[in-house]
Design a protein around this ligand. Structure first.
Ligand SMILES: *Cc1c(COP(=O)(O)O)cnc(C)c1O
Length: 738
């Protein structure tokens, strides 16, 4: 049923009708829907529901308990609901009205009419943008992301959908998920797989049960690849899967886990993503005109397109200008460990003589991936992507400058300013990250139609005039509600491990919504410096346990399974959260995932972001906090370097000794907290409203709402990178000389 319905809604970027309709087991298990609610399955199968204000309420109203149990996955909900409940819903007029609203708006995302792209650039695109990324965070129920890169990619495809930019996403389906976080008694992080069954998720299987749509060669074996389609509004996202009966057991697990340690497995995964991705699109008859590699993991996509050109009679060198003209590459970190590179020996052993079908010899192939930093014997994914894409960008203005410096050698002795690497500052998807309460509040402040006018920057000016007391009471209500959620999470976990650990697993239950609350949540990479707080424990304890003006800290975040240094920092936080001297004023929240993140952005007073400059390419969590009226305190790195305007938060000034900034940054962090943040928060007027503080909150929302969102980001990508590629102009191409 669903499939037939779907067919009438095919878009250019969709797979052809000729493909067999493989029905997910899950969909067969959904009971017959009453006529009045016949579109529920279709709503559930398009992730557009997840950024529709009313949809979560709709599903929750069907069965609130079950909705929590199934982790807000509507497909799982519908599979387990009984017909009587559905009939009751169909008889409830209010419910049906809500349903019809949601249905209309989800349906509207299934054609292009009236979108920004149709209005501004309709007719320009012949084929879609193919956006490749190793991870996508679209919704909590599909845990195939580890952090910032995945969140950004998910937000990217959502905004492409909102704006009507023709796009398909390509990624991997990690059926073992990204791990659940556990701790031993010593506070050392343990990882537990979070296995899920794709058949029970809003994914449509495009391949037959046991064999693939396309294949790649790995270690001389043929690995069949299947693909699942996740519909993200207008954007189909194709997730490759090697877990097929036809494959060797060793190959079935290749797409099983995200960022598994071990170079060789990474190499195989990246080969599957890049080469397999191009071939699967081919098999689906999707013909992109623009190819965007989001981070170096996807660079083999460009190599595969060169191979196809050579197969069709060209040479590598002759094909390169066209490949460059239609390729975009975004780099996301200046940290060397974030850039994969593989030895020549490894490449040959795992992938075989891949240079042969390119018409190259081994040395010529290795030169494509040569990076000065890693030397001649390594194939560097970022260097490859830079050589094979004309459009190359960093993710903030500052990161653009840093990236030009890092890679200027590829252009010979060119002055760094002239290196043709640009920047598009990251953003966040407003409808995913702005709490429903804030959205409703803005209905009142900006006028009902504001969601249709968000692009007009002046619309946001009224935020600055919003009533201080109203803003403050809204914030207090949100904070209280999110604290309840975090406390309940801690209670649930405590119950689950009671008997093994007699102490509270996190000190969440001691959270107090009245107290100035600082939020610090991110991956526990050492350069992000969660431990800056603990440089002088006495000073920290004095700050947080002050009798009149206390402060509490909420931490969250996972360390990479192979990052022992990061785990050490995490352990330090974990121990401090259990240390009685901190009087319960430090909380650690486990499993920093999208739903926990949303609770944090809307449940704290200040967002803390103190990376060691210039290691943070952009950072996006502070933008999400700001959309929820939470100002950031941070070092002037990544987006904050351009986003901080003196009134929307606090900034730690640049360290005089950039190579050894920790002491300076720590001193400034505490100075700001002690002298500015704490006094300002507790300075209340006769109605108990901190007026100067609220001004900063409004300013934070004003800045982020106008600029630091993915609609702006996508329009930047469109204008600077996608349109020139669609117009197939090779003008101004300035390839590396080395
Ligand atoms: C936003 C987000 C991130 C990335 O935040 P950064 O500021 O870039 O570190 C990571 N994980 C989750 C769950 C997020 O929501």
């Amino acid at each position: 049923m669903l499939f037939a319905e779907d067919r009438t809604l095919r878009r250019r970027s969709d797979p052809p009708d000729a493909l067999p309709a493989h029905m997910n087991a899950a969909l067969e298990a959904i009971p017959t829907l009453p006529d009045a609610l016949s579109g529920l399955t279709r709503i559930a199968m398009n992730l557009a529901w997840s950024w529709n204000r009313d949809a979560a309420e709709l599903f929750e109203r069907i069965d609130p308990m079950l909705w929590t149990q199934v982790r807000h996955d509507p497909v799982a909900l519908l599979m387990r609901i009984d017909e009587a409940t559905l009939r009751r819903c169909a008889d409830d007029e209010e419910f049906v009205e809500l349903y019809e609203n949601v249905e209309r708006s989800v349906e509207a995302t299934e054609n292009d009419e009236g979108t920004w792209f149709a209005r501004e650039h309709g007719g320009v695109a012949d084929g879609p943008v193919a956006y490749f990324c190793a991870e996508f965070a679209v919704h909590d129920s599909i845990p195939i992301y580890s952090g910032g890169l995945g969140i950004l990619a998910g937000d990217h495809v959502k905004s492409a959908s909102d704006l009507g930019i023709p796009m398909v996403g390509v990624g991997l389906l990690y059926s073992h998920g990204y791990f659940d976080q556990r701790f031993d008694d010593e506070g050392w992080q343990l990882q537990q797989d979070e296995v899920f069954d794709p058949e029970r998720l809003p994914l449509r299987r495009l391949h037959p049960e046991d064999s693939g749509l396309a294949s790649v060669e790995v270690e001389g074996r043929t690995v069949q690849l299947g693909a699942w389609c996740m519909r993200v509004g207008r954007t189909p996202l194709y997730l490759l899967d090697s877990d097929l009966d036809d494959n060797d057991p060793a190959d079935r697990i290749l797409t099983g886990r995200l960022y598994e340690s071990g170079e060789e497995l990474r190499l195989k995964q990246e080969w599957i993503l890049g080469v397999g991705g191009v071939r699967v699109l081919d098999a689906l008859d999707v013909r992109p005109s623009v190819w965007h590699a989001n981070e170096g993991h996807a660079a083999f996509m460009m190599v595969e397109r060169a191979r196809r050109a050579v197969e069709a009679g060209s040479t590598f060198d002759a094909a390169l200008p066209d490949i460059r003209a239609s390729s975009v590459f975004t780099t996301h970190t200046p940290v060397p460990a974030g850039h994969d590179n593989f030895s020549a020996e490894q490449v040959e052993r795992v992938l075989g003589p891949v240079w042969e079908p390119l018409g190259l010899d081994r040395d010529a192939f290795m030169r494509i991936g040569y990076a000065p930093e890693t030397g001649e014997d390594r194939f560097h994914m970022t260097a490859t992507a830079i050589r094979m894409a004309r459009g190359v960008n960093g993710v903030s203005e500052k990161h653009g400058r840093v990236t030009r410096e890092i890679w200027s050698e590829l252009w010979g002795d060119r002055p760094k300013e002239d290196v043709p690497i640009g920047s598009v500052t990251n953003g966040v998807h407003r409808w995913t990250w702005m709490a429903p309460e804030v959205q409703r509040f803005l209905d009142g402040v900006l006028g009902e139609w504001w969601t249709h006018r968000v692009e007009e920057r002046e619309v946001w000016d009224r935020v600055l005039d919003a009533d201080d007391a109203e803003v403050w009471y809204l914030h207090e209500r949100m904070k209280y509600k999110r604290h309840r959620f975090l406390i309940e999470e801690a209670r649930r976990r405590w119950r689950a491990v009671w008997g093994k650990h007699r102490h509270l697993v996190a000190s969440g239950p001691l959270l107090d919504p009245e107290v100035l609350t600082l939020g610090f949540a991110r991956r526990f990479a050492t350069y992000k410096r969660a431990d800056l707080f603990f440089r002088d424990e006495e000073r920290l304890l004095e700050l947080i346990t002050d009798a009149q003006r206390p402060v509490q800290l909420i931490f969250a975040g996972k360390a990479h399974p192979a990052d022992d240094l990061g785990k050490g920092v995490l352990q330090r936080v974990y121990r401090m959260s259990h240390d009685p001297r901190s009087e319960g004023r430090i909380a650690f929240v486990q499993d920093y995932e999208m739903h926990v993140a949303r609770a944090l952005f809307a449940g704290v007073d200040v967002w803390i972001n103190v990376p060691r400059v210039p290691k943070e390419a952009s950072g996006t969590s502070g933008m999400k906090a700001a959309l929820n009226l939470v100002p950031q305190l941070g070092t002037l790195d990544g987006w904050w370097d351009e986003g901080y305007d003196g009134e929307n938060g606090w900034a730690i000034p640049a360290a005089p000794k950039p190579d050894d900034p920790d002491e300076h940054d720590w001193e400034q962090l505490f100075r700001l907290l002690e002298e500015e943040v704490v006094p300002s928060y507790y300075d209340r007027n006769e109605n108990d409203v901190p007026v100067a503080w609220v001004k900063r909150m409004k300013r934070a929302l004003w800045v982020a709402g106008r600029t630091f969102h993915t609609d702006r980001m996508l329009r930047d990508y469109c204008r600077r990178y996608y349109l020139p590629a669609w117009e197939a102009s090779t003008e101004g191409d300035d390839p590396p000389t080395r």
